[in-house]
Design a protein around this ligand. Structure first.
Ligand code: DSN
Length: 422
């Protein structure tokens, strides 16, 4: 039953029906999109609370609207929990999501027109790390590092060489589709050499950092940005952590620089998620995410799939489908018909275009939140293999009967693993 019942069902049956169908889809699909998860019921309830009705431009103790009696302690609670979780000096929990958080970090720590440096999108970076179509590539002079030609890992020698040659004022470390651990200390030493600001974007990794299975960038970076809804398993939203010396600039950049009133219902849900992330159960989940990703990678390799960098250290596996005679998009579309949800993704040095790239990205956060363990990873690999092979033999499309049979298998397989929150 959806938390929106019964008022939504009565007031707007069309919207209600779509929400119900989405609930059902999330229950019955193998959700492998690396940036998605299942938020808990408590997080969902906070998202739909009365906190959404209130305006509270400003910060705790200094608001532009009256009546922030309970918003102030709420926001402070979220801040205090974030600080305890990540060990930072200062937290801003107001960013609407990851891209606004990244823009705010740039607004605070660089000047328009400055040279900035980040990982390029095709190599696994994010749009907001200076990619040409993003505001961060339009209003800043962006230099992009990639990955090593053969290992497909970040090459700190290349990063250092580019940094020395272009002397960026601001360096991003972070990614959307890179399966290996990040060397924050290595990036920090390069940033120090040229007196650049170093900012980590841990949108994908925040849950792994909070859960103690990935290095924490806080001590190495001027600021750290993140979303709160990926591995961290909170509501859709963003956050910035920073050193005390940047606190004023970061706060000013978020509000009034980029945003108006904070989304207080989301702040409430962030507070809940930070509390959940501080539990032993969450640490167990974070460990299981990494273990499941490694096991699924191995199972896929055993079935003849090629993995970018040969495996993974984090929550995601990047599969190069070149040797399977199918593009990433064909595979993603066909798998979706079989109840297996993932996204097409560029691979390093991809000869194909970003909209129809050579790979797919597979993430393990959502399935791990459902309770799947190492034992289930061979079955997940079998289902992926069956969908992809059916698509190849169907010349880029999957026979509807095969898709329906596979979706049945997925449903049956998942029936033993209740979807949290729904
Ligand atoms: N779109 C997100 C992802 O899927 O990685 C990043 O913003």
């Amino acid at each position: 039953m959806s938390i929106h019942e019964p008022a939504l069902a009565q007031a707007d049956p069309e919207t209600y029906a779509l929400v119900q169908r989405e609930d059902e889809r999330q229950r019955e699909c193998l959700r492998l999109i690396a940036s998605e998860n299942y938020a808990s019921r408590a997080v969902l309830e906070a998202c739909s609370s009365s906190m959404t009705n209130k305006y509270a431009e400003g910060y705790p103790g200094r608001r532009y609207y009256e009546g922030a009696d309970f918003i102030d302690p709420l926001e402070q609670l979220a801040i205090d929990r974030a600080l305890a979780l990540f060990g930072a000096d200062h937290a801003n929990v107001q960013p609407y999501s990851g891209s606004p958080a990244n823009l705010a970090a740039l607004l605070a720590l660089a000047e328009p027109g400055d040279t900035i440096m980040g990982m390029s999108l095709p190599a696994g970076g994010h749009l907001t790390h200076g990619w040409k179509v993003s505001a961060t590539g339009i209003y800043y002079r962006a230099v992009q590092y990639g990955v090593h030609q053969t290992s497909h890992r970040i090459d700190l020698d290349e990063v250092r060489q580019l940094a020395q040659a272009h002397r960026p004022r601001f360096i991003w470390v972070g990614h959307s589709a890179y399966p290996r651990a990040l060397d924050f200390a290595g990036f920090a030493s390069i940033a120090r050499e040229i007196e650049a600001r170093l900012v980590a974007d841990i949108a994908h990794l925040a849950g792994l950092v909070a859960g103690g299975v990935h290095a924490n960038p806080v001590e190495h970076c001027d600021a750290v940005t993140t979303t709160t809804h990926k591995s961290l398993r909170g509501p859709r939203g963003g956050m910035i952590l920073c050193r005390q010396e940047h606190a004023k600039a970061i706060d000013k950049a978020v509000f009034p620089g980029l945003q108006g009133g904070p989304h207080n219902h989301i702040t409430a849900a962030k507070a809940v998620a930070f509390r959940e992330a501080a539990t032993p159960a969450f640490r167990h989940y974070a460990r299981a995410v990494v273990d499941n990703a490694a096991a699924l990678g191995e199972a896929l390799r055993d079935r003849g799939f090629e993995l970018v960098t040969g495996g993974t250290d984090n929550h995601l596996v990047l599969v190069d489908l070149t040797n399977r005679g199918i593009s990433g998009r064909q595979a993603a579309i066909a798998l979706n018909r079989c109840g297996i949800e993932l996204n097409a993704n560029s691979i390093p040095f991809d000869p194909r275009k970003p909209f129809d790239p050579s790979g797919v990205r597979v993430g393990l956060c959502a399935l791990t939140s459902r309770g799947l363990t190492l034992e289930q990873m061979p079955t997940v690999a079998d289902l992926l293999q069956a969908g992809i092979e059916a698509t190849v033999s169907g010349h880029g499309d999957v026979d509807p009967a095969v898709a329906s049979r596979l979706h049945g298998q997925v449903r049956e397989f998942l029936s033993g693993f209740p979807a949290p929150g729904l």
